[in-house]
Design a protein around this ligand. Structure first.
Ligand SMILES: [Zn+2]
Length: 119
């Protein structure tokens, strides 16, 4: 069974089984990192790595998981950011007794910005 050697910032070089290491690869950017819990001090260690190291680790049986950046990063945001006055106004709308009606009217006004879905 192969043994992985990695460096813990507290303990220095430590050795452990590949099943205690996890590789994470971002499918959007290709960036990769690996993480493990130090067998000596139990510190969670995470380090960025490159494709060659990922391939080597996976070939020894290390589990790999893929993740991607959230779609919200590609949304275009327009208008001013939400401010303190907006929060106060929202607070009073919630306590007005007809907030669901107000929300419905706001959504009707916003619907052209969200395409044809729902209308
Ligand atoms: Zn350690």
């Amino acid at each position: 069974m192969p043994i992985i050697r990695a460096t813990c910032p507290t303990c220095g070089d430590v050795e452990f089984s590949p099943r205690l290491l996890k590789v994470m690869v971002c499918s959007t950017t290709g960036e990769a990192s690996y993480g493990f819990k130090c067998p000596a001090c139990e510190l969670l260690v995470s380090k960025q790595t490159d494709k060659q190291v990922v391939e080597l680790l996976v070939s020894t049986g290390v589990a790999v998981s893929f993740w991607s950046l959230p779609e919200e990063l590609y949304e275009q945001h327009t208008g001013a950011p939400i401010g303190f006055d907006d929060l106060i106004e929202f607070h009073y709308q919630l306590h007005s007794g007809n907030w669901s009606e107000l929300l419905e009217n706001e959504m009707k006004n916003l619907s052209p910005h969200f395409g044809s879905e729902g209308e």
